[in-house]
Design a protein around this ligand. Structure first.
Ligand code: PLP
Length: 467
């Protein structure tokens, strides 16, 4: 399988090349040159498979040529062996016709683990084959950093340095990062805010000698392999509920559009997905787009669901490329216009096509809290603020015709103790394997908001591991 850039000006790569490159050189995103397709008989043959086995079969056509099936299968088994539920991504029925699929049983209790646990192993495999080594640097305000650290801890070919704003992440989030003591992991607490951390990461990538010396790499949400690794759980849920002989719908709490794009990809591969509901908090750019073709940037406002506080959904470019009939010039022009004017011009026909499948939903913090309370009262189920928006979205926009609606739950409620306490009077306990998180040893280094100081810390982390 070959990968092409949505903007048409970057080298064509195979799966391994797209994995290591992340973003394409022309600023575009890598997408498969053709979409694999499974027939109804193919889907039926996957029913009842263990999750890791299903994942290997669904991802295999994307990795084809670059990673042998036997290797992919082993990596999938290793990636999902550490999850806290034997089904990996279990379904829970909440109401007639409404299910929740829990994607938070990984090591950091958020859905990022579903992809990141496999990504870490894919990196190690590809780098070993090539005899190469990389240093991953990233900035985090919470979830992504901890998922990356858990995924890369102890990997042989990768060092990872994650910057977080000192004193500005929640204690659970900080401890999930700083209590990972593997020698190839470094946490840097920056005396600054999240934007300072992001600027420092950008500055490290822009420092060409440093970038070369350290073989810098990133694992942000636009990496194609992350999307590929998110497709199998949609397949698993749909097969469980009767696909390919019955349609299903999904409601997805959305930020960068990576999770819901994977659901779209599953449909493109032949899975009968009748509807996709995109859930947003008050940062509702996607809901405005779907309701009125208004994709215009506004200021980001903080909410109870911080992983969905976005201005621009980076993965939307992949859908745009498809809506524009895979025309790279038109995609590049639309993205350029968006960057310059803050408003994306999507042709009416393309927008109409999007609205046949995608429906937008948004709710503010008060409505999110009300949904957490209502759901707990009605069913006893505890949904975190992100998941509650997905559930509210699925309830608000059912497909009808007996099509089951699956809302994906993206974080464990124990990650948001204050919000849960306010809404339900309950502080959900951490799962047993994390119960001692508050007693574990922490390790991080404090650094000023200064490029030279940060680069020295990153170099020290890489050398510590090499020693
Ligand atoms: C990252 C994240 C999201 C948003 O997912 P996207 O793929 O960026 O749309 C939603 N909920 C939680 C808990 C997350 O960590």
């Amino acid at each position: 399988m070959h990968y092409i850039s949505t903007r048409g000006q970057a080298p064509v790569r195979d799966f391994a090349g797209a994995l290591l490159a992340g973003l394409a050189e022309d600023g575009g995103l890598y997408v498969p040159e053709t979409w694999p397709h499974f027939s109804p008989a193919d889907w039926r043959a996957m029913r009842g498979l263990p999750y890791a086995e299903l994942a290997a079969r669904v991802i295999q056509p994307f990795a084809g040529g670059a990673i042998p099936f036997g290797v992919l299968r082993r990596l999938c088994h290793e990636a999902y062996a550490g999850f806290g539920h034997p089904a990996v991504a279990p379904l829970v029925q909440l109401d007639a016709g409404l299910w929740v699929q829990e994607l938070f049983h990984g090591p950091t209790l958020a859905f990022k683990d579903m992809a990141m646990q496999l990504l870490g192993r894919l990196f190690d495999h590809v780098l070993t084959e090539r005899g190469e080594h990389v240093t991953i640097v990233g900035a985090t305000s919470g979830d992504t950093g901890s998922a990356a650290i858990e995924a890369f801890a102890g990997r042989e070919r990768v060092d990872i340095a994650i910057l977080h704003p000192h004193g500005r992440t929640s204690e659970v989030q900080r401890r999930q990062m700083t209590t990972v003591l593997a020698p190839n992991v470094g946490n840097i607490a920056v005396e600054g805010n999240f934007d300072d951390c992001q600027d420092l990461v950008k500055a490290m990538f822009a420092d060409v000698p440093f970038r070369g010396e350290m073989h810098l790499s990133a694992v942000n949400s636009i990496n194609w392999a992350r999307i590929a690794a998110q497709i199998p759980y949609y397949v698993a849920a749909a097969l469980c509920l009767g696909a390919p002989d019955r349609e299903v719908a999904f409601a997805v709490p959305t930020g960068n559009f990576g999770n819901v794009l994977a659901a779209w990809a599953a449909r493109r591969m032949g899975l009968p997905v009748a509807r996709l509901v995109v859930g947003s908090n008050r940062n509702d750019i996607l809901a405005r787009f779907l309701a009125a073709n208004d994709m215009s940037v506004r200021d980001v406002e903080p909410s109870l669901s911080p992983s969905m506080d976005i201005q621009v959904s980076s993965n939307f470019e992949r859908l745009l490329f498809e809506l524009l009939d895979r025309d790279p010039e038109a995609t590049a022009a639309a993205m350029r216009g968006f960057r310059e004017s803050g408003r994306m011009a999507v042709p009416e026909g393309a927008w109409l096509r999007a609205t046949r499948l995608f429906h937008g939903f948004s709710c503010d913090d008060a409505a999110t809290e009300a949904e957490i309370r209502r759901l707990h009262g009605a069913t006893g189920y505890l949904a975190d603020p992100h998941s509650a928006i997905g559930i509210a979205a699925g309830r608000a926009l059912p497909c009808g015709h007996g099509v089951p609606m699956v809302a994906v739950a993206t974080a464990h409620p124990a990650k948001f103790p204050e919000a849960m306490m306010r809404a339900t009077g309950i502080t959900p306990p951490l799962p047993p394997r994390l119960a001692d998180l508050y007693d574990r040893e922490e390790r991080y280094t404090l650094a000023p908001n200064d490029l030279a100081a940060i680069e020295a810390r990153v170099r020290a982390i890489a050398q510590r591991n090499a020693a």
